[in-house]
Design a binder for this molecule. Structure first.
Ligand code: ATP
Length: 332
């Protein structure tokens, strides 16, 4: 298992050919054992060329998210180093919450190809078909006060937006924006949803689970969300490989999370988040548990609250956990 991902990594990081002898020497196994691993990779869809007297060269990799594929791509210290992969599971947030209760390390990442009970905020569902999207959740163990944990949703939103941008930098890919607090959108439609859940005592966080759903290559949406949902493939006009995208998000998250911890607020990330914020300086509808009202969104503050000016001129700070925000005439 480990050897396979190490060989994959070696093949990826080498421009030319890697000889069978070099691999067998490095891993202390026979040339036949190396050849068997290469065969397995080819069966999984990797195009590995084998040239006599030269060795092996990787031409292309399939859009798979196996544990080996992910760990050969993720170059971080802790974010996504420990991976739980599922072809199908109920919800990656549930898997991570359980792993957290059982003592799994900070940064443990659960990834699924399909979810049978994908969830959104306040009991809503997240559409999670197989083979085309990313459903992942990460376990965080921050030593901060529980009332600061909701900022992690914003840290993740920024990290996902930056990770996606890194992977779809070709010309023609439209701009990504963040709809406060937890959605990444393109052309006014949702491509990413984020769900943060916490297990805590009154003054102590046991662990936080941050779940992310990214519509990567999905092209069909159920009718209820057809007007508000989109995918990277639809917006960019080409398919996007999922595993490198997960790796890019993990790298951004690790950096952004550490910046967040330095001040325990968003001051080090505010400029970048605000630059992507679609609601900034816009008229919005605030949909709360008790009331729905119109207001003018000014921006966010260091603690991730949305600052709005109500029609009577009152300035209010809105906490991320409490409300949904809509445009006055549509979704944004
Ligand atoms: P809203 O999007 O209504 O402002 P929200 O950001 O809190 O609220 P979430 O709880 O993050 O919403 O996501 C759940 C909602 O997202 C569902 O109610 C549905 O409308 C929509 N949705 C479900 N699955 C998907 C998907 N795969 N892609 C885009 N949107 C989806």
């Amino acid at each position: 298992m480990k050897m396979k991902s190490e060989i994959l990594k070696l093949l990826r990081e080498t421009d030319g050919y890697v000889s069978g002898q070099q691999i067998s020497g490095q891993f202390g196994v026979s040339r036949t054992a190396v050849w068997k691993v290469i065969r397995q990779l080819q069966e999984e869809g990797y195009q590995v060329e084998a040239v006599r007297n030269k060795g092996y060269h990787i031409v292309d990799s399939p859009d798979v998210m196996t544990k080996e594929e992910l760990s050969s791509l993720i170059n971080t210290r802790w974010a996504g180093r420990n991976i739980l992969y599922y072809d199908v599971t109920d919800s990656t947030n549930l898997r991570i919450k359980q792993a957290g209760d059982e003592g799994a390390p900070h940064g443990t990442l659960a990834v699924a190809d399909r979810q049978t009970a994908g969830r959104g905020r306040r009991g809503r569902t997240w559409e999670s078909p197989a083979g085309s999207s990313i459903y992942m959740s990460i376990l965080l163990r921050p030593k901060i006060a529980p009332n600061k944990a909701s900022m992690l949703t914003l840290v993740m939103a920024l990290s996902v937006a930056e990770g996606i941008r890194q992977c779809i930098s070709q010309p023609g890919c439209p701009e990504l924006q963040i709809k406060w607090p937890n959605d990444v959108i393109i052309n006014g439609k949702k491509v990413v949803g984020i769900l943060t859940e916490m297990s805590s005592q009154i003054d102590y966080i046991n662990h936080v689970t941050v779940g992310v759903g990214i519509n990567v290559n999905m092209i069909d949406f159920p009718e209820e969300i057809a007007q508000t949902a989109t995918s990277l493939r639809i917006e960019c006009g080409h398919t996007v490989k999922r595993a490198p995208l997960i790796a890019a998000v993990m790298e951004r998250l690790e950096k952004n999370y550490e910046t967040f911890l330095e001040t325990e607020d968003l001051s080090g990330l505010l400029d970048r988040y605000s630059a992507l914020l679609v609601n900034r300086d816009r008229d919005v509808q605030i949909i709360g548990a008790k009331e729905t009202y119109r207001a003018h969104a000014i921006g966010i503050n260091n603690t991730g609250e949305l600052i709005v000016r109500r029609e009577n001129g009152d300035i209010e700070k809105i906490n991320a956990g409490e409300v949904s925000v809509r445009g006055v005439y549509g979704y944004v």
